[in-house]
Structures are given as C-alpha cells and as structure tokens.
Design a protein around this ligand. Structure first.
Ligand SMILES: Nc1nc2c(ncn2[C@@H]2O[C@H](COP(=O)(O)OP(=O)(O)OP(=O)(O)O)[C@@H](O)[C@H]2O)c(=O)[nH]1
Ligand SMILES: [Mg+2]
Length: 419
C-alpha cells in the first residue's frame, strides 16, 4: 500500500500539480500497489536534505503507520542523498518518479531488446544510488560489524555494475546498428510511425490499419517494442507502419537514452501519426509532452498527422466542438480505432504526402494488353477507368520513378503524361 506525494512550488499551478499527482497514482497502480493517500504539499522551495522537509517527513511516517502503507512515491526525482535521508528518517521504502517508471518498464519488457534497454536505464539510475540500496540491505541484515565489510562490498558491487553496464551498452550499440541496416534495406518504402502518450490507442490503430493482432490493453506502457507491418493503402502506395513505446510526462532521460534504438523508428520515419486521446481532459498537455520527447529524440521535423482517437467516447457537443476546431486542418483527423470511424480519412491523410510529387498520366489500354493493365493496377493509383470500344481508358497517378519504369517496359503503349 502506497502514499503518493507531490510538491507544489510557488511557480506551479495547483491544477497542474494535482493532475501530475493523479497520474503518479495511476503509475503506482500500474506497479501493482494500492494507493491509500495522495498528498500535495506546498513549499516555498525544495528541502535540500529530505526534499519534502523534516516536518513533513515525520508526518508521513505517522500517517503511513496509521494507514498501513509501506511505500511512499514522490512525484519528482530525488538526489541519491535525498532518497537516502528520506528513507532513513521515515523508515519507509521510498521511490521517486523515475524509479517508479523504470519499475513499470521492467515489468512490461518481454523481448530481449526491450529487456536490454530497460536494464541499461535501470543500472544507470541505480549506480549513484547504490549506497542507499545497500544501506537498506545492511539494515535488514542489521547489527554491529556490517558497516566495515559493507563498504568494501559496496565498492565491489559498484565495479560489477559498471562492468555490466559497459557490456550491455556495447550490446545495445550492436543491435542499434543491426536495426539500422534492416531499415535501410528498403529505402524506397515510405515509413510511417505511430507516436503518442501511453494508452491513447496506438496499438489499436495499428491493428485497425494493418489487420494485425498486436496486444493492446487498458494498461500504461502496454507496448515497449517496435513492430513494423506493411501498410495497405491501395495500389501504388508502398508504406510500412511502426507501432512503438508510448510516452509520458517527464519521461526519464535514462529511458529515452537507452530506448534510442527503438525510438530511431520514430526519428527516421517519413511521417508520424501523433495519436491523442480525445476523451482525456489532459489531451492538450499530453500532446505538448509528446512534442517535447519528440524534440529530445530529434524527431521534431518529421511531418505529423494529428490523430484524435477514442472519439466514440465524446458527447455530441464535444465532438462537434473538436470537429469545428479542426475542420480546415487537413493534418488533423478524428477517429475511433475501436469502431473504425474516420479510418478512411486517416488513410487519405497518409496517402497525401506520399502522393506529392507524383504525376498524372492517361491512355487507352487495348484488350490485348492485359498485362499492362494488371501492372498499372498494382503500381499506380487509378484515378478513373472507362471502358471504350477500343480498350479501357485509364487515368492514373504514379510516382515519377514508376512512370519511368512503365515507359521503359511498355514504350508508347504506357499511359502518357497528362497535361
Ligand atoms: N473507447 C475506445 N477505446 C479505445 C479506442 N482505441 C483504443 N482504446 C482502448 O484504449 C486502451 C489502450 O489501447 P492501446 O491500443 O493498448 O493503447 P497504446 O497507445 O498502444 O498504449 P501503450 O502501448 O500502453 O502506450 C485499450 O483498452 C483500448 O481498448 C477507441 O477508439 N475508443
Ligand atoms: Mg501499445
């Protein structure tokens, strides 16, 4: 059972701190703990020694005793010393925000790649905090004489962790390079990636757009890997779609760093589908947090389509409001991954940038040219098609490269440029 604690400094809005604390409670629950109390403390400044102040620490200790809580989660990142002091004075297990998020990631990691990335992030955060963890253990072992050998043991542990970190980092680098090579195998494929806050419905959209069966669920950080599938947008469009890890406000830096290999799918994409949970009262703030992480991973310049998902949960008035707000914005679409509304408009929003630079061509394909017609249907977008006496008149849209290949193969029998 846990108490979650936030600190409100003078320059922060109360509502903002409360939302952040609510989110911390949800994250704590995602770790399997029950939240028995939320505490928002106002302070003029951070207490250097215990972060929340000596008085508040004593109060917490008492409250935890009364409520039967054994864990306190702080909505900020503590310095190693602050964590140590707090733990010692309150005599409770203390987790800071980063430790909590790392814990969720560790629980959710399934594949070797995700496990490796999470472990690196954990060890990096753990290393300077080892004294505290060690004290924790030695206190459990208790008693006189643990201190001397303890310190030597601490040094040994530190060195071991450093060695392991070094090995894991090298391994990460190798997998990163391998993934990079895989990505570059198909340079002419248009790469689309889903991004967004956790639990907005990215995996559900992936399943809807590619007929896949990626696990989705009402849990924070359900997905930690990158999965790529062919995106079927009709003839002529060659694209892949990648689903990947979701973001959260103040995503720990060590995680962003260690997840670089996975997140390269995002920074090197040609187009991002930025999924927003339309039903969340936090939609705008979360959209902003996602933008910040995108900047951190160097993906700020990748073009985006904003996808408001879960529109089925909106009341009629809210839905009309949202529609009105974006009616002249072709780069924003409103969808429901669950029911399929708006998916055609989304597909069109993906096709549009792909099609830019394509040319229109037109011609009559005689009945004897069945192969040419089949070819056109697979590599070009058919705009119109009319049966005539001497064949089928087709108007197509096609990439310049594909048009060149058609002309090379079929000469004058291929459709001509349309002017
Ligand atoms: N009502 C409604 N629920 C949806 C919709 N899309 C997704 N959900 C639900 O939202 C929850 C999260 O969906 P996911 O697809 O796992 O979300 P995600 O963005 O992949 O989440 P993470 O992988 O955790 O970042 C699930 O319970 C889905 O069933 C939608 O359009 N409408
Ligand atoms: Mg997911």
């Amino acid at each position: 059972m846990a108490i979650v604690v936030g600190l409100r400094l003078p320059d922060l809005l109360r509502a903002e701190c409360e939302e952040s604390l609510d989110e911390l409670a949800a994250l704590t629950r995602a770790c399997g703990a029950r939240v028995v109390k939320k505490v928002l403390q106002s302070r003029a400044r951070i207490d250097g020694r215990t972060f929340i102040g000596a008085g508040k620490t004593a109060e917490l200790k008492e409250e935890a005793g009364a409520l039967g809580a054994n864990l306190v989660v702080i909505d900020h990142d503590l310095s190693p010393a602050q964590g140590r002091n707090l733990e010692r004075i309150a005599d409770l297990k203390i987790l800071d925000r980063t430790e909590l998020i790392l814990d969720i990631f560790a629980r959710r990691a399934r594949t070797p790649q995700a496990k490796l990335q999470v472990e690196v992030a954990q060890l990096e955060y753990l290393l300077p905090r080892l004294t505290r963890l060690w004290e924790h253990l030695s206190r459990l072992g208790g008693g006189i004489g643990t201190r001397g050998p303890g310190e030597t043991q601490l040094e040994v542990d530190r060195r071991r962790i450093r060695d392991r970190l070094g090995r894991l980092r090298r391994k990460l680098k190798r997998t990163g390079k391998r993934l990079e090579v895989q990505r570059n195998l198909h340079p002419d494929v248009f790469r689309v990636a889903l991004v967004g806050y956790t639990n907005t419905g990215k995996s559900s959209l992936m399943n809807r757009l590619t007929d896949s069966a990626i696990e989705s669920g009402d849990r924070l950080f359900e997905t930690l890997d990158a999965t790529t599938r062919i995106l079927n947008l009709g003839s002529g469009f060659r694209a892949t779609l990648t689903d990947t890890v979701g973001f959260v406000r103040r995503l720990p830096h060590s995680l962003v760093e260690s997840f670089r290999a996975t997140l390269a799918e995002v920074s090197q994409a040609d187009l991002l589908l930025h999924v927003v949970d339309a039903s969340s009262s936090e939609a705008d703030a979360r959209r902003q947090s996602v933008t910040e992480v995108l900047r951190e991973i160097g993906a700020q310049d990748v073009p985006q389509v904003i996808v408001y998902n879960k529109c089925d949960l909106l009341g009629a008035e809210e839905l009309t409001g949202l529609r009105r707000r974006y009616e002249n914005d072709a780069e924003t679409v409103l969808v429901s991954a669950l029911f399929g509304d708006g998916i055609d408009a989304l597909a069109e929003a993906i096709r549009r940038p792909l099609r830019s630079g394509w040319i229109e061509a037109d011609g009559i394909v005689p009945p004897s040219e069945g192969e040419l017609l089949a070819r056109l249907r697979s590599v070009a977008e058919i705009v119109t098609e009319h049966p005539l006496e001497d064949g089928i008149r087709v108007k197509v849209r096609v990439s310049p490269g594909e048009w060149g290949r058609l002309r090379a193969r079929y000469g004058d029998r291929a459709p001509r440029l349309f002017d």
